[in-house]
Design a protein around this ligand. Structure first.
Ligand code: NAI
Length: 386
């Protein structure tokens, strides 16, 4: 079993290191900051202690996992790694320089991966002397708990590197999907309307946040409402992802960010982490109660759902991933109650298309244009899954 290298001992790097160590790999966890390495060590010890306490793992397993991870700031230690995953700050220039440093020490057959959420894998690979060995391996937060991993080949990535990467991550009992190297990959692209359309409904005064959250949970079956989820993710992070995807798609109005969320970010109402977001999380605070009107609730869910289905259909149309992988990504990466394409089949593709066309006619906004794939499927009475 080959040694795994991780660059960056922050939220993602330390989580990925844990997963690799739990699956028997020797791990070298690298960070330029000693404090980050110390923090990663302490937090792993805490997580392991909790797992032992809950009876999920034995004391021996806990010790073995912890002892498999070595930490430091010395690139030479990557020399005998089979795979190195980079999870440092989201900055292309800094990532490029890390990949160059890695290429100076790793063996010829070592796979170099980036956990980037928003940068193109091609641009990272392009800075390497062996770009064919570079691939995206995109985990979700928290890495030890979220089953999905998007594997993203760049145009330069060789088939064997892609296959190797997927085989290793599959062996860590993750659900892997292959995504094209395009902004947001699968999940961060297809999920945009969950937030954006919810905010739009709120901005238009159709319903307040509590009502929208209630509808999406109680009627839609989602685990969290959009506003609760944005508060959980952090309005700064969620806004930045939306803005990045929008810019990366050459300002396609479908992904346009909202002033509502921008103002939340500017006000420092970031969500749970600052005690205040769309909701107030301070002790004794009262938050609005939902208006549990079923008719309004159904309309809210339908509008957000058809926008999500439209994104999923368009991602399929543009070969971002297979229908199966798009549905797996949304159920395993963001816990959607059903895959969006299977959901479209269930609701009737013609109905989904009619809903989108109605919005398009009403608003005359590009945001509501239906994917041509939905139109084709509806015209020939086809389904996504036969
Ligand atoms: P973080 O800020 O928690 O950790 C980044 C770590 O990298 C820090 O410990 C920092 O000291 C270290 N670092 C910075 N520059 C370095 C360098 N040149 N060499 C070595 N170490 C360096 O960041 P986080 O959230 O773990 O994100 C890391 C990457 O994962 C980013 O590319 C991000 O887009 C991606 N990602 C983040 C997710 C999240 O929910 N936080 C989810 C999926 C991907």
């Amino acid at each position: 079993m080959k040694k795994i290298g991780i660059v960056g001992a922050g939220t993602m790097g330390s989580g990925i290191a844990q997963v690799a160590a739990q699956h028997g790999h020797e791990v070298y966890l690298f960070d330029t900051k000693e404090a980050a390495l110390e923090k990663a060590k302490a937090s792993l010890a805490k997580i392991m202690a909790r797992l032992v306490e809950k009876g999920k793992i034995s004391e021996e397993q806990s010790k073995a996992t912890q002892s498999r991870i070595k930490r430091g700031s010395d690139y030479v230690q990557f020399n005998n790694c089979g795979l190195v995953i980079e999870a440092i700050v989201e900055n292309l220039e800094v990532k490029k320089s890390v990949f160059n440093s890695l290429e100076n020490v790793v063996s010829n057959d070592c796979v170099l991966a980036s956990n980037t959420s928003s940068l193109s894998i091609a641009s990272i690979a392009g800075s390497c002397s062996h770009p064919e060995r570079v691939v995206g391996i995109h985990f979700f937060n928290p890495a030890p708990l979220m089953p999905l991993v998007e594997i993203v080949p760049a145009v330069q990535t060789s088939d064997s590197v892609l296959k190797n990467a997927q085989t290793i991550i599959d062996s860590w009992k993750k659900v892997t999907v292959i995504a094209k190297d395009t902004p947001g990959f699968i999940v961060n692209r297809v999920a945009r309307p969950f937030y954006g359309e919810a905010i739009r409904i709120y901005e238009e005064g159709i319903a307040d946040m509590a009502t929208i959250d209630w509808a999406m949970k109680e009627i839609g079956g989602f685990r969290m409402g959009p506003f609760e989820l944005m508060d959980y993710i952090g309005n700064d992070i969620n806004y930045t992802v939306t803005e990045t995807v929008w810019k990366a798609f050459y300002y396609d109005p479908r992904y346009k960010p909202s002033f509502t969320q921008k103002r939340m970010m500017e006000a420092g109402y970031l969500g749970r982490k600052t005690g205040r977001g769309y909701y107030n999380y301070s002790e004794g605070a009262t938050n609005p109660e939902p208006d549990k009107n079923e008719v309004v609730g159904e309309a809210i869910v339908w509008r957000i759902l058809i926008m999500l289905i439209n994104e999923a259909a368009d991602a399929l149309h543009l070969n971002i991933a297979s229908a199966k992988d798009i549905d797996l990504a949304m159920t395993k990466g963001v816990n959607y109650p059903k895959g969006l394409l299977a959901w479209a089949d269930e609701k009737g593709i013609q109905n989904v298309l009619d809903g989108l066309d109605k919005l398009y006619v009403a608003y005359h906004e590009e945001r509501y244009r239906a994917s041509v794939l939905l139109r084709q499927k509806a015209a020939y009475s086809k389904r996504f899954f036969e």
